[in-house]
Ligand binder design. Structure first.
Ligand SMILES: [Cu+2]
Length: 175
């Protein structure tokens, strides 16, 4: 009887030990896969194509967030920027755009002017403060703009939806 019990315990231990090893192995594989796809995703956010056009994949969601805080290009380079709003909230609640500001423009001053321009997608009508901007998007929408990189220097970009510019901002660095 004792032997049988011992045998059962041994078998149980072996089985459970084997199982946990397998589980660990599975977990390891999963982690590696996630890491790999993250790296690939990051790499593909800014891609210079064969024609020398800088393709920028800007992503946002149902919160105040841009995937890119910094875009580095060369002066005179063509930039093709695609903004994708991966969320579900409507434009009136969680609208997002990307607005590239000229040098010397204060982001807070521009943002408060923009906040008053609701009927114009939060872009002040007739403004001379911008280099380029996308239309305002709601969840599930995407848009593409093309513009030429300005002279060497550092430029601010923001989302001009009221209250977003403090968090939704980044730098266009033209080398
Ligand atoms: Cu926004």
């Amino acid at each position: 009887m004792k032997y049988i019990l011992t045998a059962i315990v041994c078998i149980t231990l072996l089985v459970s030990c084997g199982e946990s090893k397998e589980e660990k192995a599975t977990l390891k594989t999963k982690t590696t896969t996630v890491k790999k796809s993250k790296v690939v995703a990051k790499k593909e956010m800014v891609v210079v194509d064969a024609d020398g056009v800088v393709n920028v994949n800007m992503i946002t969601a149902d919160r105040m967030w841009f995937n890119l805080k910094k875009i580095t290009v060369k002066a005179g380079q063509k930039i093709k920027l695609t903004l994708t709003h991966t969320g579900k909230l409507p434009k009136s609640v969680m609208g997002h755009n990307v607005v590239f500001l000229k040098q010397g423009v204060t982001t807070s001053a521009f943002a408060s002017e923009a906040a008053a321009a609701r009927d114009n997608d939060y872009i002040p009508e007739g403004t001379t403060a911008v280099i380029a901007y996308t239309k305002m998007l709601g969840g599930g929408e995407t848009t593409t703009i093309e513009f030429t990189a300005p002279a060497a220097g550092t430029y601010d970009y923001i989302c001009s939806f009221p209250g977003h510019y403090g968090i939704m901002k980044g730098k266009l660095i033209v080398a």
